[in-house]
Design a protein around this ligand. Sequence first.
Ligand SMILES: Nc1ncnc2c1ncn2[C@@H]1O[C@H](COP(=O)(O)OP(=O)(O)OP(=O)(O)O)[C@@H](O)[C@H]1O
Ligand SMILES: [Mg+2]
Length: 507
Amino acid sequence: MSTPILEMRDISKDFDGVHALSHVNFSVAEGEIHALVGENGAGKSTLMKILSGVYPHGSYGGGIHYRGQEARFADTRAAQDSGIAIIHQELNLVSGMTVAENIFLGREPNRFGWVDWRRMRAEARALLDRLGLDFPPETPVSSLSVGQCQMTEIAKALSQKVDLLILDEPTSALTDPEIERLFELLFQLRSQGVTSIYISHKLEEVFRLADTITVLRDGRAVGTWARDETDPRRVVAAMVGRDISDLFPWQTRSAGDPALEVEGLTVTDPSAHRPILDNISFALRAGEILGVAGLMGAGRTELAGSLFGVPPGKLVGKVRVNGAPVEIRHPLDAIRRGIALLTEDRKQSGLLFNLSIAKNITLAALDRVASGPMLNPASERALAADYAGRLTVKSANLANLVGTLSGGNQQKVLLARWLATEPRILILDEPTRGIDVGAKVEIYRLMIELARAGLAILMISSELPEVLGMSDRILVMREGRIAGELSREAASEEEVMHLATGVAKAA
Ligand SMILES: Nc1ncnc2c1ncn2[C@@H]1O[C@H](COP(=O)(O)OP(=O)(O)OP(=O)(O)O)[C@@H](O)[C@H]1O
Ligand SMILES: [Mg+2]
């Protein structure tokens, strides 16, 4: 192994009593791609925030040795000046500004003291080209997709000299072509001698990219392996502290009456060249888990929104809930009919970051904790504690702000919120995105338990193993239509991809 560019020694960090990190040693060789993996709350982001100056020298135990010298970063700027750039798990762009302004925020190129807009745009354009992004630098970030925002963050990180690039779960919101582009870029950076630290829950990515893999568990480093000396199964075992043999706890169930029937659902937007949703019909039974597969842009998230009262255009078609025709014009109509939707993006349309974990859980179920117009704080706390417990949300205190939770635990809070409304129809859009294997299995078990209790579940997922492993039946969408339906027995990755892409199967 070549010389380390970085050695973090004996790092410890507490958050009011919670040991986020205890005596972690972490060493990274110059020029490698080093993956950092571990369950939700294992301490990955915290370790990287220490390295990048978010938590300054003095706020943690232990020391950082970078390029052979002790580094005592007072802030993120000091780390940046040493060539360390971080792309955070949560997006940090300023929504009122353009892409170019965000990329150069605080470091705008200037000419005689004035911002040199022309140069700024030209440099931004060059960066976007390097990432294969075709939107103009003048685009306001508020009109970008989540994936485009993430790519803009990456452009921002690369806009200055970088020797060590930290990526904290960069791909959770990216489309497949964007992911491929990012991987190419990381390999290219490696060939130029740039070192990367890559955090991901997707082990296929980790095994494709990384030269070395370090596993954190409960705030401790439990091992570091060269990629070629280990395998996904051993890494998972190190992450969760046990062997997971049964990732998908699926079992046969008997389905009941139709809970949700959709007939001829069509959503149009005059500015689009084709309907967003085109004549969608299907039925979902109580106790059933119906998977919805498809490529990015096939209309799956739009279907979820349309069923939840937020269609992305003009909606026609019939919807029946428990056999009765319904008009769902607003999320409140949906909630009243027993429909719950877990959205794919927790930051933009889910969590309220200025509220506590408990409030975020009880938010949609206030009628369960109120007597008349008054909230009953004790029953609110009890309800929150009940669902936090069922979903094993890892937190010291439910009164803490929801933003203090790790990413995966935030996802569990959102799921808890919807389960607290006691829905009969649960729509899950990418339910395990950004969630570690251990928590995934917990969520799968919970889904099975809920389905057995009679809940009808519509599960949208881009992860084929998850769709195949958890669905009783699978709808495959393509370009706003249902391209086909597969029974659990008939479904395979190849069949799903065939329907999703319209490309014929290999002979
Ligand atoms: N600002 C904070 N205040 C209080 N506790 C915190 C804070 N940041 C992190 N923690 C706690 O420290 C622990 C480690 O969190 P961290 O965010 O580093 O985990 P992670 O490995 O990045 O998880 P994930 O995969 O879910 O992103 C968790 O128990 C978390 O709740
Ligand atoms: Mg994290």
